[in-house]
Design a protein around this ligand. Structure first.
Ligand code: XUL
Length: 588
């Protein structure tokens, strides 16, 4: 193995802790992981990494599980993956967003005292033993927690309405956002709140353990709290007051949250002696700020402003890097993790792959052994855009639009259900519902319409953030430069085709081939950039030079198709009107 510095990226997700080591040229050198259920399920009684209290709507993870997992993943990295740990020069990483860890007043000293050598402070015991008794609460509320409706209502009302909250903090109130979670902790478990000397996000928790000190909250992850005033780059005083319960209690909450560095570019310090003594890290190894898993995803490639990532998993997530700040209650703006003045635009849907699967299951099943999506894909590709027969009379042709939400949706905020509509293909006029079972609407049409519906929702909400692509193709209408697909659905060619038809992509639609490793790689690349960047060199510049595009991505569709893209543009207003009508009647 060549010599030279190495960089470690962690990803502490809901179900696993992953560690990936890359060289300066971004080549992956070693990796290891801990699967929470497989490795610790019996001990912690967790399912899919979490514990649940159905009656309360609480979802939470034992913090001890993460401490044990950190020791185990590093043991595996050293022993199984044979990683030359002493060459690791910098560490960063990503963690599930919004979760919080409540430290008590013993934490700081215990973190500072971490060690491993015999006769030294730790004397051969692990993180779990050495950090015993440092938590004000043994659990971290998880992003799937939905126990905070009462607090969300108060947050949404506090600055006037949800649009004002979104304007200030980048998002309207969400159950999982940490401000509402902290407020509920104060009201439901006042002793825990009182005993919390510091509150970390999961990203800064992991950085803290590695640093051997409480790490500050990170500038991108802090925007997942409903507490950070994005435009003014400071805590929002009225929202702190709401969370803390009174004006007098605000200084105490500020102390719990700590100061937030306004840039994510500088290392926080060197690694704790514990990791040097136990695993052989260099004592000069630096810890860079960790960020949330969505911000880390946009660091897994040189994502330029105007590029979009569509993550097609169980749910759908859409991410863009943009210099435009146009918040709205139905989506999220977060600070960009590496580029000051840029934002991450994020749409988070509940319905994605599962909803497509339901439609698929209404079609005849392909014979055993064939791709279970074969008939669905054939229906998608055989149905023309919007199911408008080519060559028909443009004035009378009807376009099909639908909403397919087997789960209550957040974008828009409506109850579970399926709605089918028709409108003029020429200008979207005459929008009218189509009853279930109407012979004009066979199950094959649903296959195309659901994928179009998911893509139209993305186009509707991102249209004001995209510009006409510069360069030779400057005559093109505003659209993303590139659309990158990740997640399970990205393997499906019919879905890629519809994403290209609806969203465009002047330079095409690409599949990002990094397995499930995007967040950990984003963390590792962030460590490379933090420690190797030249003066004023941006993350995108440095990673853009070193990234081997041909190994990481594959073109899966041409993207923009003249005529087709415009036909969707003509019904976008009708799609929005359909959502409005459904929302009026079926709001969550
Ligand atoms: C984003 C969110 C999830 C978690 C998953 O707001 O809650 O994507 O970050 O770990």
């Amino acid at each position: 193995m060549a010599s030279g510095p190495l960089y470690l990226g962690f990803d502490l997700s809901t179900q696993q802790l992953k560690a990936i080591v890359v060289a300066s040229n971004l080549t992956v050198v070693s990796e290891a992981k801990v699967d929470f259920d497989a490795d610790f399920g019996a001990k912690y009684k967790i399912k899919k990494g979490v514990l649940t209290d159905e009656a309360e709507g609480e979802v939470y993870a034992p913090v001890a599980l993460w401490l044990e997992s950190l020791d185990l993943v590093l043991t595996r990295l050293r022993d199984d993956a044979k990683c030359p740990i002493s060459r690791i020069k910098g560490i960063s990483g990503s963690a599930q967003q919004h979760g919080s860890v409540f430290w008590n007043d013993k934490a700081e000293a215990a973190l500072k005292g971490l060690g491993y050598s015999q006769g030294g402070s730790g004397s051969g015991s692990g993180l779990l033993e050495q950090l015993d008794g440092v938590l004000a609460y043994p659990f971290a509320p998880n992003w799937q927690d939905h126990s905070t409706q009462a607090e969300c209502d108060l947050f949404d009302a506090h600055l006037g309405d949800e649009a004002k909250l979104a304007e200030a903090t980048g998002s309207s109130a969400h159950h999982r956002f940490t401000g509402t979670q902290i407020m509920r902790m104060r009201r439901k478990r006042p002793e825990v709140y009182k005993n919390s000397a510091r509150i970390s996000l999961v990203s800064s928790f992991l950085a803290s353990v590695l640093l051997g000190d409480i790490a500050p909250l990170e500038i991108s992850d802090v925007t997942g709290m409903n507490l950070w005033d994005i435009a003014n780059e400071q805590w929002n005083e009225p929202l702190l007051e709401l969370t803390a319960g009174s004006k007098d209690a605000v200084p105490d909450l500020r102390a719990k949250l700590g100061e937030v560095p306004l840039e994510g570019a500088e290392p926080l310090g060197t690694i704790s002696p514990y990791f040097v003594e136990r695993f052989g890290f260099s004592k000069d190894c630096k810890i860079a700020p960790f960020t949330g898993d969505n911000p880390a995803t946009i660091l897994a490639l040189p994502l330029r402003p105007g590029d979009a990532i569509v993550s097609l998993g169980t749910s759908t997530t859409f991410l863009m890097n943009t210099a435009t700040y146009k918040p709205d209650p139905s989506y999220h703006f977060m600070n960009h993790p590496t580029t000051k003045g840029h934002y991450m635009f994020m749409l988070c849907y509940k319905n994605g792959g599962l909803a497509r699967e339901k439609v698929r299951d209404h079609l005849p099943k392909p014979p055993a052994g064939q791709d279970p999506w074969a008939n669905f894909n054939k229906a998608v590709l055989d149905t023309p855009p919007l199911d408008v027969k080519p060559g028909g009379d443009a004035k009378t042709s009807k376009a099909k639009l639908g909403l397919y939400f087997p789960l209550p949706e957040i974008v828009p905020n409506v109850r579970a259900g399926t709605w089918r509509y028709e409108c003029s293909a020429e200008d979207g006029s005459g929008l009218a519902p189509v009853p279930e079972g109407d012979p004009r609407w066979p199950p094959e049409a649903d296959a195309r319409v659901i994928v179009e519906s998911q893509a139209l929702s993305l186009r509707l909400r991102s249209q004001s953030l995209v510009a006409a692509p510069p360069g030779a193709k400057s005559q093109l209408p505003p659209q993303p430069r590139r659309v990158y697909l990740v997640g399970g659905g990205s393997l499906n060619p019919a879905i890629a085709r519809v994403m290209g038809d609806v969203l465009g992509g002047a330079d095409g639609v690409y599949r990002l081939d990094v397995g499930g490793n995007a967040c950990a790689l984003g963390g590792a690349y962030k460590a490379v950039w933090t420690l190797e960047k030249g003066p004023e060199e941006s993350f995108d510049e440095l990673i853009g030079k070193r990234w081997k595009e041909e190994e990481a991505i594959q073109k899966v569709d041409d993207g923009y198709r003249e005529g087709v893209f415009e036909s969707y543009g003509r019904v976008l207003g009708a799609f929005e009107e359909m959502e409005r009508r459904v929302l009026k009647e079926f709001k969550n």
